[in-house]
Design a protein around this ligand. Structure first.
Ligand code: NAD
Ligand code: AKB
Length: 316
């Protein structure tokens, strides 16, 4: 029987992934942790503990006491916030991963999930149809930490047999929990402002193409990868995940099909340079071939659902 630990359960991904894992593996078998309180849905539906992932002793105690077999390590500082505190973000993003990998090695944890990001690519990477293997010279502290993390997980696999699985997530779009300080956050914020005020000032320019994915597709991909037979995995760093490619102008046009008076204006800030250094769209053929990555949501389907769910949420 699997016993799962989620680190970073209160964030945009953790708040949905934890519940999905509980449905799948049993509510008592998924222990949720975060440095801050969890949403009620998580703390009321199973065990929740406050954990700073940098606290190695407490992490070890939980892993041993709960007889954990799988860890989903989601705690990190995202691209926009990391640029404001580069060294502190490096410490959290890197040291937490090394802590998890070392304990996974010592305690023989069966599997670890650790997300990477499209941020591993940089301004010298081909922007369109970015291949799995290509030039990688990220110029953000977040991207550098994700690329270093990919190298570390592969190293721990080759040297110690620690089975860490990873996806290079694109920007993730969801209506349950707000995004956590990244460059792709505009694609979540825009829906709230469109519904509340019928206007949005975007911190990226109109033509900033970026890969994005709806949360339920990302969660399915995550669990599918974790459940894939290890003999099918041709790589032990991180898989490209393409999702849907669009820019703020195209998203605004799609929103206008539901809210015709919606107005978007543009005031690019420091995140524009980050977006410009990332791919516009990605080739995820390796993930499709190895373990059958698939997704359900395109731009119109995602927009329709986001609008109807956020409307319901805001009307209480
Ligand atoms: P988020 O910021 O919403 O959530 C991260 C969670 O980690 C937060 O709840 C935070 O409280 C927690 N945390 C921070 N420091 C911690 C610490 N020291 N100890 C324990 N918990 C701590 O981020 P997210 O969007 O849910 O992202 C989760 C992971 O997925 C991250 O590794 C992120 O880099 C990666 N990722 C996210 C996206 C995206 O679009 N959301 C895209 C690519 C990769
Ligand atoms: C961010 O914008 O930092 C994240 C990511 C793509 O890693 N959403």
């Amino acid at each position: 029987m699997e016993k799962i630990l989620v680190i970073g359960c209160s964030g945009q991904i953790g708040s949905e992934l934890t519940l999905e894992l509980r449905k799948k593996y049993g509510f008592a078998n998924v222990i949720a942790t975060d440095i801050r309180p969890a949403p009620a849905e998580i703390s009321d539906s199973g065990k929740f503990e406050i954990l700073d992932v940098l606290d190695t002793s407490k992490l070890q105690l939980i892993l041993e006491h709960e007889k954990i077999t799988q860890v989903y390590h989601l705690a990190a500082i995202l691209s926009g916030n990391a640029e404001k505190r580069p060294l502190a973000s490096w410490e959290i993003n890197m040291k937490s991963l090394i802590n998890v990998l070392e304990l996974a090695r010592e305690l023989k944890i069966k599997k670890v999930f650790w997300p990477s990001s499209i941020a591993v690519f940089g301004p010298t990477t081909p922007r369109y149809n970015t291949p799995q293997y290509t030039i990688m010279e990220p110029n953000t502290v977040y991207g550098i930490s994700k690329l270093a993390g990919e190298r570390w997980i592969e190293y721990y696999y080759n040297k110690y047999g620690v089975d860490t699985r990873s996806l290079r997530y694109p920007g993730l779009i969801s209506y349950k929990t707000e995004a956590g300080g990244g460059t792709t956050d505009y694609a979540v914020e825009i829906f709230y402002d469109a519904i509340r005020q019928k206007k949005y000032e975007c911190f990226l320019g109109p033509e900033s193409d970026l890969p994005m994915m709806f949360m339920s597709d990302a969660i399915k991909a995550t669990i599918d990868l974790m459940e894939a037979d290890s003999s099918k995995l041709s790589l032990h760093s991180s898989y490209n995940v393409a999702g849907i490619c669009f820019n703020p102008r195209q998203l605004a046009d799609e929103i206008r099909k539901h809210i015709p008076e919606f107005l978007i204006t543009y005031k690019p800030d420091f995140r524009q340079a980050i977006a410009d250094s990332w791919p516009a769209c990605i080739d995820d053929s390796v993930a499709k071939k190895d373990w059958g990555l698939s997704s359900e949501f395109d731009l119109p389907k995602m927009t329709e659902l986001m609008i109807s769910e956020i409307r319901k949420k805001l009307s209480g």
